[in-house]
Design a protein around this ligand. Structure first.
Ligand SMILES: [Zn+2]
Length: 466
């Protein structure tokens, strides 16, 4: 049992537009939170400490549901900030990096997963997905297994995807032949991974979705196969969609249809589907998302970094479209700073829609409950008795928040520059304590990730510089 004592502020964000997302008046001050096993048992003032209970003094903290990351490519943490593509747009950036990524091997997958999840945990994320679509030839080990073992080590709730690419250059796609698999292999390996790892229970620590990479790297048959297979196993579906104008052009030339129409024709829409980015949907396509219940992972930093555009989140919220927040792969962010991403979402919508474009509560709602729904979880992302105990504690008694405590929850987005949690609890376990991971050695992660990154770059003939 864990007792969070005397919480400075408890925040209860809800996914929705306007008042539905809640307000500062929903916050609680000075209450305690009792965690019993994996769930929040009680939220009230003056809870007596049960015998043997661990007590955490929360009198300096905003306590909120853990943030949920709905799109990432962990392996890209090893290829972030490469000078040759610092200023490239998506397609050029991809073509350059495919040639580095084809050298990704087992230990690169493991240590990049450790690094990404360590960063996510330390910035408030309790539940994350990953989109691993790269299966270079010669890869021997069970790739999802490597990632799940890293998630267990860090302590995060983990709902990754088994990604894939089947359309290489010779078929008119973007990736080289060396990083794609044939359609039958993808199907067989995806089914084996679902059988081994997908847990449908509402409090699962492990779920698996299927995620053909994008319309420009996957055949229509692979998209259809993935949709059929995922639904047989009650698993979700994910892909990149409507990220760039180049993608629109590619789809019109290759398929004579816009990207969303290709997805509709493949059965790749519905409440069990979410797309990464979703920037370039037109008005009619927003209606399709709303009607079918298809979700969007909003990736503001990546979209700004690659100059891809601004997702129409304001209009999506108003139409009741499911939206979650995501850091995207660390080669296009180039960070896994989850709280920092929430700030970016707040600011970027205001560039498009003006100062009332989105409120802090709306951002907190989509970054918690919104993301949890998209990943198929009903019992996390919420601050209420009976919910899973996935909680982030941010210390707002630091200098960076001085003068900003009229609304402490919003201060996390409007103010601050050090986005680290003091404590993070996942499934009732303390994953970060006093700003340090409890289950992994941070110095070892740094060293091993740097070593793997250097090796990848040198194989491409890039001088690493460290
Ligand atoms: Zn992505």
């Amino acid at each position: 049992m864990i007792l969070l004592k005397n919480c400075f502020r408890v925040v209860r964000p809800r996914y929705g537009a306007g008042n539905a997302a809640g307000s500062a008046s929903d916050d609680l001050s000075g209450v305690d939170i009792l965690i019993d096993g994996k769930r929040i048992k009680k939220i009230a003032a003056g809870i007596q400490r049960p015998a043997g209970c661990v007590v955490i003094d929360a009198s300096r903290h905003v306590v909120m549901p853990g943030l949920v990351n709905t799109h990432h490519h962990f392996y890209q943490t090893l290829t972030r900030n490469i000078p040759a593509v610092q200023d490239a747009k998506l397609f050029n950036w991809l073509v350059y990096l495919y040639d580095v990524w084809r050298h990704v091997d087992e230990e690169a997958v493991y240590w990049s997963s450790m690094l990404a999840m360590a960063e996510l945990a330390k910035t408030g994320c309790t539940l994350t997905t990953d989109h691993h679509y790269l299966y270079p030839q010669g890869f021997k080990e069970d790739l999802p297994g490597l990632q799940f073992s890293a998630a267990s080590q860090i302590g995060l709730r983990f709902a990754p995807t088994r990604g894939s690419m089947s359309r290489s250059k010779k078929d008119g796609g973007l990736p080289p032949d060396t990083v794609v698999q044939d359609e039958d292999t993808i199907l067989a390996e995806s089914e084996a991974a679902l059988q081994k790892y997908h847990d449908k229970s509402p409090d699962a620590m492990r779920k698996l979705a299927l995620a053909p990479c994008s319309p420009f790297s996957v055949s229509e048959k692979s998209m259809r196969d993935a949709a059929d297979l995922a639904r047989r196993y009650g698993a979700r579906l994910h892909t990149h969609l409507a990220e760039t104008i180049d993608e629109d052009k590619f789809c019109v030339e290759m398929y004579q249809r816009r990207p969303l129409k290709v997805m509709e024709d493949c059965g790749f829409t519905g409440p069990d589907v979410w797309y990464a980015h979703g920037i370039h949907f037109n008005d009619d396509e927003l209606e399709v998302l709303a009607r079918t219940g298809t979700g969007v992972a909003h990736c503001p930093s990546s979209n700004m970094r690659l100059g891809s555009g601004i997702c129409r989140v304001r209009e999506m919220l108003d139409k009741g479209i499911a939206v979650g927040l995501a850091v995207d792969g660390s080669a296009s962010n180039d960070s896994s700073d989850m709280l920092g991403e929430a700030r970016q979402a707040l600011l970027l919508q205001r560039v498009r829609y003006g100062s009332a474009g989105i409120t802090a509560r709306e951002v907190l709602g989509l970054a918690t409950e919104g993301g949890a729904r998209i990943l198929g979880y009903e019992q996390t992302g919420r601050m209420e008795e009976g919910a899973l105990a996935d909680l982030a504690l941010f210390d707002v008694m630091q200098m960076e928040y001085a003068g900003a405590l009229s609304d402490p929850a919003a201060a996390l987005l409007f103010s601050g520059y050090n986005h680290g949690v003091d404590h993070l609890i996942v499934n009732g376990n303390i994953v970060v304590k006093d700003r340090r991971l409890t289950g992994a050695d941070e110095e070892m992660i740094r060293q091993e990730a740097n070593r793997c990154a250097r090796r990848l770059l040198e194989k491409k003939g890039i001088k690493a510089g460290w």
